[in-house]
Structure formats: structure tokens, C-alpha cells
Design a binder for this molecule. Structure first.
Ligand code: FUB
Length: 450
């Protein structure tokens, strides 16, 4: 698997220079992404992730993180993401030791019309932080750059995972981690520490803690962070009435990855009056968890301000236009028997997934599809069926809901595109269910309405 992924990497590097329409979880479908810092600038959502790649050798440590640069992505509907390309490359930052491929989790923030991009990596001048990471800043006039890196990293900071928070008075704070979480005020120009760093010793001391992300809601400051309390990282949070604490531990906001991805790294953002958690998982690289993929799910608060635990989904967030290719394998619900999600091509995971229905009445549900004002007439569905004359029903709402189309399947081991009429006018936002009526199996890649 890793060998094939490596072969494909060069192709995806080339493709990454272009823009892509993307959707669902994972959010970005043509390259590995991790450590998403989501920000809203001028009413538009931006995500600044790390950029994982696969390196055969990485600074003497094989099979480890390998990260040479950063891209920025933006979206207005959380379904279609634009890749604005590379904003920082380790080869272009004067102080960076570009042999280390250590451009780990970044953050970006706006102050007085300037955009400050913070990133950790290794300094070629070993006299300050030795082989540990330093944190640098690059400045731009727009959220997508061009970013101009500072000549030297921030003095007095050793560590990774920078996060910046600006309070209501305009005071900026820098947080970072190195086994513990640190925080300090930033100077007005955002380039220097303006107070002695505080070590948040009130946060868990046992088990790795990293990746701080601080935000404010209704006068409460939330310190959120990945913590290895058991086997792998889970996301926890603590609260305070001051950005520099002390913080009181509150609980877990996302459990450990069910499939063992060792890291999780996140950010929390309010966009158009809904809170979202951005995080990562190794969807495209199930056998190597240093090649990750960013995701987003909705996040909710209790009346008392407690964060409700976020259960990761494949459906993710946002409303899907009926005219888009609906990747139904990113499902909302799946029948308990006779329904599986598989890679289309296990040797090229970026091809995505298919849903395989293999029992009579097995089903897959995909919520929130927008049919607009009701002028769509037919459905196209890319599917491969194991037997002749079986049927796929498209229903609304649930397995007993009205049938809106019925597709007669032909025996065909490869994917073909079927077309069928809609039996009734569909308008507005609908939840779709595909129900298999047969004795063999059918694999479905996507469907779309015209
Ligand atoms: O992406 C490299 C490192 O893995 C990040 O800096 C950590 O937070 C973890 O996600």
C-alpha cells in the first residue's frame, strides 16, 4: 500500500497546483492534510493545515512525519474547497533547516488588516533550541498570501503547534507545546513575546499533551488540546475566565480514533452561527498514520457551556447540491447488515470509496441534499452490479419513505452509469436512502441529479 501511495505522490504533487471542488469527510481529496487551523476572515472560511507527504527517508528517521510546506484552502459552503496552493516552503524561509521536513501544525490570525502565519520547524542555528523546534512567523496582506517569512524565529520559544488568540481588548496571546502547554502575551507587532511564558501545569501532566487551541465563547476561555490519556490522542478541554488561565479541566470533546490514528489535532470555529470542530484522521492512509486527512463535524454546547462530545462522521457538514456528485459512501447512516464501505482502488486510495450493498433491503442513507426549486428530472448513478435484473430504489427520509426512482441493474463487474427518471418532483433539502433489492450485490460510487 505504502509503495503505491509513494508512486502516486508525484502525480498528486502536480495536481495540487490546481483548484479542486471537494466535499464531505475527509475535506481535501487530492493530497494528505493534517492539523487543521480553521479561521473565518471577512465572512469566508479558511483552513491552514499541515501538509503530510510520504518520504522514503526523513532526517534519518524513516516512517515518520515528513512535511515540507503549507497550503491554504477556503470555502464558503464547507462543501466546495479551493486549494490556493503553497503559501510557505521550508526552502524559502531563511532560518529553517530544510533537511528536517518538520513543518508541523501551523496557525494563522488577522490583526489590523495583516495576516500572521505561525509555523513550527527546526532552526539551522542550533545555538538556541538545539534540535528542538522553533516557531516562525510569515506576514501577508491577504489570507492566501503572498506570505513573507521573518528572518528569524520568535525569541524565547521552543516547541511546536503554535496557536494565537486575540482577546476583546486586542491583546494577542501565543500558545505552543513541548510535552506541556505554554502561553504568553504577544507584542503589538505579533512578532515577540510580551510576557514570561506560563506553563499550564494545571492541565494533565501524565501522557503527552500538545496542540493547544484557545477560543472564547460568552466570556469563557476554552483551552482545548490533544492528550494521550490512554493509548492515542483524544481531544480534551479546560476553561478559565482569563486567556492565560488557570484553566479547570472539563472533559473529553472527541474520543480516541477508533482505528488507531495516533495523533489528532484540531481547531474550533464559529461559521455562520454554527460551531465546527476541524480535526484529522488517516482516511487515505489506513496503514501509515503519519499521512493524514482533515475533517470537520458540527460541535454543540450545553446550556451551561459544556462542549458536547463530537462523534466523528463521514457525512461531515454542509448541504450537498443534488446536481453535484453525491459521494454516498460518505453516508449519514448505514444498515447494520449487508452494507460495507470499501476503497474503489486500495492501491490508489485517493480514488475514494464505494458502498457495497450485499443483502436484500440493505441500505445507505445520505442526508441534506438540496434539490432547489424542483426542476430536476432524472438521476444518474455510477454502480457495478453482480447480477442481472436486480433493483436499486431511491427513497426519501427512511427505508419506508416514498420511492422517487427505481434503477434496474445489469450484471456488470465494472462501474457503469445508469440513468433513470424521477417519479416525482423533488424540491428543497431532502434525506436520501438507497435500498438494494436483490440476492447478490451492488457497489455504488456516486449519484447525481439533472
Ligand atoms: O503534524 C505533526 C504533529 O502531529 C503536530 O504538530 C501534532 O500536533 C500532531 O498532530
Amino acid at each position: 500500500m505504502i509503495l503505491i501511495t509513494k508512486r502516486l505522490f508525484s502525480l498528486f504533487t502536480l495536481l495540487a497546483a490546481a483548484n479542486f471542488a471537494l466535499a464531505q469527510n475527509p475535506l481535501i481529496r487530492d493530497q494528505f492534510t493534517a492539523d487543521p487551523s480553521a479561521r473565518v476572515f471577512d465572512g469566508k472560511l479558511y483552513v491552514y493545515p499541515s501538509h503530510d507527504i510520504y518520504c522514503e527517508e526523513n532526517d534519518g528517521r524513516e516512517d515518520w512525519f515528513c512535511m515540507k510546506d503549507y497550503h491554504v484552502f477556503s470555502s464558503e459552503d464547507m462543501m466546495h474547497w479551493t486549494d490556493h496552493g503553497k503559501i510557505i516552503d521550508q526552502d524559502e524561509v531563511p532560518w529553517v533547516d530544510a533537511t528536517t521536513n518538520s513543518m508541523w501544525a501551523p496557525d494563522c490570525i488577522e490583526k489590523d488588516g495583516k495576516y500572521y502565519f505561525y509555523f513550527p520547524t527546526k532552526n539551522k542555528d542550533k545555538s538556541t533550541n538545539g534540535d528542538r523546534s522553533s516557531i516562525g512567523v510569515a506576514i501577508a496582506d491577504t489570507p492566501i498570501g503572498p506570505f513573507e517569512p521573518e528572518a528569524v524565529p520568535i525569541a524565547g520559544v521552543q516547541g511546536i503547534d503554535p496557536n494565537v488568540f486575540i482577546d476583546e481588548e486586542g491583546q494577542a496571546y501565543l500558545y505552543w507545546s513541548e510535552n506541556k502547554i505554554y502561553g504568553a502575551k504577544l507584542s503589538d507587532d505579533m512578532l515577540e513575546l510580551a510576557s514570561e511564558p506560563r506553563i499550564f501545569t494545571e492541565l494533565p501532566q501524565k501522557g503527552l499533551i500538545e496542540g493547544p487551541f484557545v477560543f472564547e465563547r460568552e466570556g469563557v476561555y476554552y483551552m482545548t488540546y490533544p492528550h494521550v490519556a490512554n493509548e492515542t490522542e483524544r481531544l480534551e478541554y479546560a476553561t478559565s475566565n482569563h486567556p492565560l488561565g488557570p484553566f479547570e479541566h472539563q472533559g473529553v470533546l472527541m474520543d480516541e480514533s477508533p482505528t488507531g490514528c495516533w495523533t489528532n489535532h484540531h481547531s474550533i470555529v464559529n461559521y455562520q452561527n454554527q460551531w465546527y470542530l476541524f480535526y484529522h484522521h488517516n482516511d487515505y492512509s489506513p496503514d501509515f498514520d503519519k499521512n493524514r486527512a482533515i475533517r470537520a463535524d458540527s460541535l454543540f454546547f450545553d446550556d451551561n457551556g459544556a462542549i458536547q462530545k463530537v462523534i466523528p462522521t463521514l457525512r461531515g457538514v454542509g448541504i450537498t447540491a443534488a446536481k453535484d456528485q453525491i459521494q454516498i459512501d460518505r453516508y449519514s447512516h448505514l444498515s447494520e447488515t449487508g452494507a460495507e464501505i470499501e476503497f474503489i482502488d486500495p492501491d490508489n486510495t485517493f480514488e475514494g470509496w464505494k458502498v457495497v450493498l450485499s443483502a436484500n433491503d440493505a441500505w445507505v442513507q445520505y442526508n441534506a441534499v438540496d434539490f432547489g426549486n424542483g426542476n430536476l428530472q432524472n438521476v444518474s448513478i455510477k454502480a457495478a452490479a453482480a447480477a442481472e435484473g436486480e433493483t436499486l430504489e431511491i427513497r426519501l427520509n427512511d427505508i419506508n419513505g416514498p420511492i422517487v426512482s427505481s434503477i434496474q441493474l445489469n450484471k456488470n463487474a465494472s462501474f457503469i452509469t445508469y440513468e433513470a427518471d424521477l417519479l416525482q418532483k423533488l424540491s428543497g433539502i431532502q434525506d436520501l436512502i438507497l435500498v438494494y433489492k436483490g440476492k447478490q450485490s451492488v457497489a455504488i460510487d456516486w449519484l447525481t441529479f439533472e
